[in-house]
Design a protein around this ligand. Structure first.
Ligand SMILES: [Zn+2]
Length: 317
């Protein structure tokens, strides 16, 4: 049975069991007269999400909105698969992401470069397009109306991706932050940055986290995974880690430009952040595996390398 739990009043988290693992990726039901699903997870978990919604009493015609923080396949890959099952739902995404949900060709090609053809199929499944007449484009400060005065307001928060938005719930003050702060798995309490190619941008990412902190949310609702109440702590930590990871890659590049070696140096240079002293070896391996699936050192190293190259090219000689 699909596991669901209350993340905040009127916000129910659904464990999508992405990658066939628990506590990795959450979708959220935000209740109201016009309820919204925030994040879909990948296409491979669409049935799990449908089951979760059914168990929460949300029938095919009840869901009014599907809102995604960005188009990466672990967040929005299931949108095209879910849309026909919820014919009344409008699919909301930042305006720069909308064309890629309508036609996922470039999106899947870009994911294939990272995961390979087999990996893409196995991890994320086939990505179905969202019919254009079901899509609505979000820009900064747009809001999604859930009825009875409840709304989700989009904050354009680029950095992880140029079209990333966070969504602020008017009722609880909770903020759905997608991957803006990175990946935080609550059972191990480790925050790992998420800096994938091709769009990671350190300055934008920091500004976006500061903006989220600035609206003083009551809690941070991670897509990976679940709610976290220590907003000041986790936003500050997210910025520190992004700066540190970028610094480690910058230093590594003085020695090598081989991405695999840079990833290795990144792993070594940040090891103190990720080795819980109290964990036994088996548990540590399981923890590392979940983080690697979501936000691997290779992917993060490639994203930071690409960002540093762009920054260098943009700098006056
Ligand atoms: Zn993600």
């Amino acid at each position: 049975m699909t596991r669901t739990f209350e993340a905040a009043p009127g916000i129910i988290a659904i464990d999508t069991r992405m990658f066939e693992r628990e506590n990795v990726t959450s979708a959220y039901l935000v209740t109201g007269p016009r309820p919204a699903l925030v994040e879909t997870g990948s296409a491979t978990v669409a049935d799990e999400v449908r089951e979760g919604l059914r168990s929460l009493g949300v029938g095919p015609d009840d869901l009014a909105h599907i809102v995604v923080t960005h188009i990466h396949l672990d967040h929005a890959g299931g949108a095209g698969t879910l849309a026909p099952h919820f014919p009344s739902a409008t699919v909301w995404v930042h305006e720069r992401g909308a064309p890629h949900l309508a036609d996922p060709t470039r999106l899947t090609a870009s994911a294939e470069r990272i995961y390979g053809e087999d990996g893409l199929r196995r991890l994320f499944g086939p990505v179905e397009p969202v019919p254009e007449d079901r899509l609505r484009a979000l820009t900064d400060m747009d809001s999604v109306d859930l009825g009875d005065g409840r709304r989700l307001t989009a904050l354009h928060t680029p950095g992880h991706a140029s079209h990333h938005v966070a969504l602020l719930d008017s009722e609880t003050g909770g903020a759905f932050v997608g991957d803006a702060l990175g990946v935080f798995l609550p059972d191990v309490q480790i925050l790992r940055p998420a800096t994938p190619p091709p769009e990671f941008d350190l300055e934008q990412a920091i500004r976006s986290i500061e903006r989220i902190r600035g609206v003083e949310p009551s809690s941070i609702l991670f897509s990976h995974f679940g709610p976290m109440a220590e907003v000041e702590h986790v936003t500050t930590l997210a910025i520190t880690r992004l700066e540190r990871w970028t610094g480690v890659v910058e230093e590594a590049l003085e020695e090598t430009d081989d991405p695999a070696r840079v990833a290795e140096l990144l792993r070594e240079g940040t090891a103190m952040e990720t080795n819980p002293a109290d964990a036994d070896e088996g548990r540590r391996a399981g923890v590392a595996e979940r983080y690697e699936l979501l936000s691997s050192y290779e992917m993060n190293a490639m994203g930071i390398m690409r960002y540093l190259r762009k920054r260098r090219e943009a700098a006056p000689a």
